[in-house]
Design a protein around this ligand. Structure first.
Ligand SMILES: Nc1ncnc2c1ncn2[C@@H]1O[C@H](COP(=O)(O)OP(=O)(O)OP(=O)(O)O)[C@@H](O)[C@H]1O
Length: 293
């Protein structure tokens, strides 16, 4: 298939807030995602991530702009099993077991052949007999992920899939995702967690105030805005019980090389620093708006 997985131009969506004011949730967003890409949508609360995801899935129509998903409307792409989603909300039936849930939805899709494989991909095979209400939040999200995989979609969209999970559950979730992505599926996910974008996405789309403020390889986002961090190990004789000898530290400020510094390490700055640099900018300053691809 030659069409991009997602091709959106000039997307705009506004809502009327309870006080009657217009809120522009998504403001002139252009986005093209190619098959096989893994893309994070990163941004603070209210940045417009969920509204964008909803439009990509055809759950809400844009007020302006166009979206094609594999060359079709989002609704057609969903109907054809090309796209599926793991959303923040959306119920599971508590009385069903994990396997019963998967079998019931598989029957709706006419894909009962995929029950075992999606249980395996979502790392749920050992929990197949557990009732949904006895599953942890993380296990329930993995179950939603398993359901999303039933039609064997080319594109999976996940809206903050790990919200509320503890670190261990998040790791398990992403391990399941990673194993699946390795098979070439296109994955787009919205997240608040910078570490998830950093670890999992090759490309990060940073949103703020409804706009894309940066769109680039995740490593570039970090490098462009995060600066660099320098760490090193001082020689042992200047380190005492009270810390590093202040006189020595003063010398370090002047010149590093002659001081016997070892294990000098230059590491990329954290994505956190990039994120803060980007999202604390004036929201609509023109130099921040242009997407880099
Ligand atoms: N149905 C709605 N009615 C009114 N305003 C809305 C509606 N949906 C979203 N908004 C507003 O649009 C803006 C973008 O919201 P959206 O949920 O897309 O952001 P988000 O980046 O997903 O945020 P979060 O990370 O908190 O989920 C916010 O200001 C939000 O209050």
């Amino acid at each position: 298939m030659n069409s991009p997985a997602i091709h959106a131009i000039g997307l705009r969506k506004q809502f009327r807030a309870t006080d009657g004011a217009q809120v522009v949730a998504v403001d002139d967003v252009d986005l093209t995602i190619q098959p096989g890409e893994i893309v994070a949508f990163l941004g603070p609360n209210g940045a417009g991530k969920t509204t964008t995801v909803d439009m990509l899935l055809g759950l809400t129509d844009p007020d302006a702009g166009t979206i094609e998903v594999y060359g079709m409307t989002p609704a057609e792409a969903v109907r054809n099993g090309l796209v599926s989603a793991v959303m923040q909300t959306g119920g599971l039936l508590n009385d069903f077991t994990v396997e019963e849930t998967v079998r019931a939805v598989a029957a709706l899709h006419g894909r009962t052949d995929r029950v075992e494989v999606v249980l395996d991909r979502a790392r749920l095979s050992d929990l197949a007999g557990r009732r949904v209400e006895a599953c942890s939040g993380g296990e329930q999200q993995r179950l939603k992920f398993a359901l999303a995989l039933l039609p064997d979609p080319d594109l999976v969209i996940l809206d903050e899939p790990t919200t509320g999970m503890d670190v261990g559950a998040r790791q398990e979730f992403w391990q399941a995702m990673r194993a699946d992505a390795a098979l070439g599926r296109t994955i787009v996910f919205a997240t608040h967690y910078l570490a998830e974008a950093d670890e999992f996405a090759e490309r990060t789309v940073l949103m703020n105030h409804g706009r894309i403020v940066h769109d680039a390889a995740t490593t570039d986002v970090r490098a462009a805005y995060g600066g660099r961090t320098l760490t090193f190990r001082p020689p042992a004789d200047v380190v005492g019980a009270d810390g590093i000898d202040p006189a020595w530290l003063a010398q370090v400020r002047h010149a590093l090389e002659p001081l016997g510094v070892t294990d000098l390490e230059v590491s990329a700055a954290s994505l956190e620093a990039a994120f803060l640099a980007l999202t604390t900018e004036t929201p609509h300053s023109p130099e921040m708006i242009g997407a880099t691809r």
